[in-house]
Design a protein around this ligand. Structure first.
Ligand SMILES: [Zn+2]
Length: 85
């Protein structure tokens, strides 16, 4: 790593999001061309971003959610007694 890497690291997320301004973007691309460490870093980040975006949690099926809520309510009442209202 060169001494400049930490500066770029801060911008890599924005770079992946596409929210960087043109000048910074070009600078990062130039740096990525000559710095293997940052290339590896951005590959890792990109994979992580893809994984996070691809791994959206599915909403629970309504029947299951109702059952879970009922279970939680029962547990709550066993522990703390019935809540007023
Ligand atoms: Zn670097």
């Amino acid at each position: 790593m060169t001494g400049k890497c930490p500066e770029y690291l801060n911008d890599l997320n924005d770079y992946l999001d596409g929210t960087l301004d043109q000048a910074t973007c070009a600078e990062i691309q130039r740096h990525l061309g000559e710095c293997e460490n940052c290339r590896i870093m951005i590959d890792t980040l990109r994979q992580t971003v893809t994984l996070c975006r691809g791994g959206k949690p599915e909403p629970l099926p309504p029947a299951l959610e109702a059952r879970l809520n009922g279970l939680l309510k029962t547990r709550w009442e066993q522990k703390f007694g019935k809540r007023p209202g």
